[in-house]
Design a protein around this ligand. Structure first.
Ligand code: 5HY
Length: 242
């Protein structure tokens, strides 16, 4: 299967690291096509960054069309997820939504450990949007800038581990969800250190995308995720029109 992996920020080193984690999680026969928008923020750490990143996701989905079997949006805010599901019938997964589903199947309650504290609200909004607010017992920021994880994040391991330990104790949770695609490479080592399930959304989304493809399921074209209605777009967005 052809799996489109979109890193919604524009940092090539992060796209490469996220692609490596996705390929490590993918089954034989899954081809991971890693892309990033042609415009937008180097990292996504707030609502404004996210608004532009969502347009970048729309750009890449528009370019891919139906030439893919599934897509993964590899940013923990799931920017542009609903728009992406209108743009193709191929299943589209956000790494936050995927991680919440997986964590809820292996623990009665989980905690999220993310980057900047100011982005915690974005994760909290998604928990409510997806209906996981009763399963998540806390969202915790480490105040590690996203681009500090650009090299894979080894330098931030101790800080993330410390935050996760405090979260597990304070929240009485049984699992940790990593709140940034840039943390994907740290998952196995953190799970070893913490002794609880640690969920990386990139791997979770890749595996769930394969499962949906294996079930022969596509995004419904009826109702809310029906393709956008034909209309002209102007300015730099003109090529994205329908
Ligand atoms: C991410 N930002 O996964 C999010 C993390 C965050 O550029 N890639 C980003 O802080 O929301």
């Amino acid at each position: 299967m052809k799996l489109l992996l979109i890193n919604p920020n524009t940092t090539a080193a992060m796209t490469a690291n996220i692609a490596e984690a996705a390929r490590a999680a993918a089954s034989p026969g899954t081809e991971v096509l890693a892309v990033q928008p042609s415009f937008g923020p180097a990292s996504i750490e707030g609502f404004f960054d996210e608004a532009i990143a969502a347009a970048g996701v729309a750009e890449q989905m528009r370019l891919a069309g139906d030439r893919i079997d599934a897509a993964v949006i590899a940013c923990f805010g799931d920017p542009g997820l609903d728009a992406a599901r209108e743009a193709t019938r191929a299943p589209v997964l956000g790494i936050a939504e995927a991680a919440f589903h997986i964590a809820s199947m292996i623990s009665t309650g989980f905690s999220v450990v993310t980057t900047m504290t100011r982005t915690c609200v974005i994760a909290e909004h998604l928990l409510h949007k997806y209906g996981f607010e009763r399963r998540c017992r806390g969202v915790h920021g480490t105040d590690i800038p996203v681009l500090a994880l650009e090299d894979g994040g080894l330098g931030s391991m101790a800080q993330i581990e410390d935050c996760a330990r405090q979260a597990l104790a304070r929240d009485r949770s049984g699992a940790i969800v990593l709140g940034c695609a840039g943390m994907a490479g740290l998952c196995a080592a953190l799970q070893q250190k913490l002794g609880v399930p640690v969920i990386d959304g990139v791997a979770a989304a890749v595996q769930l995308a394969q499962a949906l493809h294996g079930l022969g399921l596509k995004t419904s074209a009826v109702g809310d995720y029906a393709p956008p209605l034909p209309k002209a777009y102007t300015g730099w967005a003109a090529p994205l029109g329908w």
